[in-house]
Design a protein. Structure first.
Lengths: 262, 243
């Protein structure tokens, strides 16, 4: 992997994003709306709830951490889709850029976006709802890393599906995250879900992070099995999606469809 | 010295034989036209040379290196331009060129961009959005992009398609000038026979995925007893259809 090529693609994303109103909206406006919505819901629930649970921390912690998955997935999938829409994939892949470099650039750019959105959302949550994400302490690091990896895996899976089924699958890139969300118990414990859904939930690394987050809030300690399961599942998913993506890219080169993806 | 070697190249798309066992080599510093009717296999051949389409079988070598095994090394020494492959329209021209200069690790990229912009007379276009350019301007920007890495080999797929004759002529003259200055090797596809006649040292005719002739434009005109390359093209293409 050559850093100069990854850097070139990251800077290109910066050029593209600073001119794109929808991408700026994606970066700050929509996450902020979700934060305000859940912020007010949690304030209301906190007023009416007598269970003693820290509703604001549970819900706003979930909103902020869910944004990590969402940004991870979108940064990979949308960067790829922009190249498809602009018929630019061929231009990119006639240069010495490798698949790994291309994916790495989307991941690094996603990290930059996440840093910007994360800082702003953290400040807003603290100012408006007195919610401090750093109450999770050092547990925040494994939470964020695991959710990022899962988000990237989802993004790579989404672009693999687009490579396989073409533009008909574009909506999948946007919608995949919303298919996952109800199963992964972001805002409620897994035990609330029907039994069949619980099996699906436990197969997702993000579920173990959100269960872990709630355990940290309730007990101050992170159950190690949650962390280990999240890491193991992430390794499995990441290996599977990278294999799938490599196969789909090889397939599209075999079929000569790289320029006909739009 | 041969810079491109193609041996028994085959490409099958399901049951269609797009390229059917072609072999050729291209000498350094020569401009070679790859001609043939629509669907003859020209673009597929170029895309296989660029490792964008995987061949069913056969070998492709640039500078004695396999494009499959030494992809990064080969692609850093060659470049490609086609009007059918767009540059991102929502970037400024200089941003697009800068991105590709960085991808090729060009030293002092802005100087290189300015040098090419002067050569192709696109200096005033650099701060403009790519979406605001005319087809002729886009072609020149694409050609500048294709020369950013000082390629040893340039693959051009119908670079003057959809240009008016005046702009096409200017673009070709600029390209020819650049090729002479740098001893560039060019593989060129076009449907404009006059352009091929003036530009190319050699022509490879492909029809139904096979090489049907390979000679200089003059030799081909003489061999087929025709007035110009256009008539030779019609003769070969129609003969192929009858088969």
């Amino acid at each position: 992997m050559r850093w100069h090529r990854i850097k070139a693609l990251v800077i290109r994303q910066i050029y593209l994003n600073k001119k794109s109103f929808p991408r700026i909206m994606d970066l700050l406006f929509w996450p902020m709306m979700a934060l305000f919505l859940w912020g007010f819901i949690s304030m209301f629930l906190a007023q009416t709830d007598s269970s003693g649970l820290n509703i604001i921390t549970i819900l706003l912690g979930a909103v902020l951490l869910w944004h990590v998955v969402q940004e991870g997935q979108h940064s990979v999938a949308i960067a790829f889709l922009e190249d498809v829409w602009q018929k630019n994939l061929l231009n990119i892949f006639v240069t010495p850029v490798t698949l790994a470099e291309y994916i790495s650039s989307t991941v690094i750019f996603g990290l930059l976006r996440l840093a910007v959105a994360g800082i702003v959302m953290t400040i807003v949550a603290w100012v408006f709802y007195s919610f401090n994400i750093f109450t999770f302490g050092f547990f925040l690091v494994p939470f964020v890393v695991n959710l990022l990896f899962f988000g990237w895996a989802l993004g790579i899976f989404a672009i693999s599906i687009i490579l396989r089924y073409g533009s008909a699958a574009n909506s999948f890139a946007w919608g995949l995250i919303f298919i996952i969300q109800p199963f992964t118990a972001v805002f409620y414990p897994v035990s609330i879900l029907p039994k069949a859904m619980q099996y699906v939930a436990y197969a997702l690394p993000s579920t173990h992070v959100f269960e872990g987050m709630r355990a940290v809030i309730a007990t101050g300690a992170l159950p190690m099995h949650n962390l280990i399961l999240a890491i193991l599942l992430n390794i499995i998913y990441f290996a599977l999606v990278m294999t799938f993506f490599t196969k789909m890219f090889a397939r599209i080169k075999r079929k000569g469809l790289l320029l006909k993806l739009d | 010295m041969n810079v491109i070697e193609v041996k028994n190249l085959v490409k099958k798309f399901d049951k269609v034989n797009a390229v059917n066992g072609i072999s050729f080599s291209i000498e350094e510093g020569k401009i070679t036209g790859l001609l043939g009717p629509n669907g003859a296999g020209k673009t597929t051949t170029i895309q296989m040379l660029l490792d964008i389409v995987t061949p069913t079988s056969g070998e492709i070598e640039f500078f004695g290196m396999s494009v499959k095994k030494d992809r990064e090394k080969v692609l850093s020494k060659i470049n490609f331009s086609s009007p059918y492959v767009a540059l991102p329209y929502n970037l400024k021209v200089w941003e697009n060129l800068m991105t590709f200069a960085r991808l090729y690790n060009v030293k002092n990229p802005m100087k290189k961009i300015e040098e090419l912009a002067k050569f192709f007379d696109i200096k005033d276009l650099l701060p403009k959005m790519t979406s605001a350019l005319s087809t002729g301007q886009l072609t020149r920007v694409n050609l500048a992009k294709a020369l950013l890495n000082d390629p040893k080999v340039l693959l051009l797929d119908e670079p003057t398609a959809s240009l008016d004759p005046d702009i096409a002529d200017k673009s070709i003259k600029l390209l020819k000038k650049f090729q002479k200055e740098r001893n560039l090797t060019i593989l060129y596809t076009s449907h404009n026979m006059q352009e091929i006649e003036t530009l190319c040292d050699r022509v490879i005719f492909i029809n139904h995925g096979k090489i049907v002739d390979d000679a200089s434009p003059k030799e081909l005109i003489k061999k087929y007893g025709r007035k110009d390359l256009n008539e030779v093209f019609l003769h070969i293409a129609r003969k192929g259809d009858k088969k």
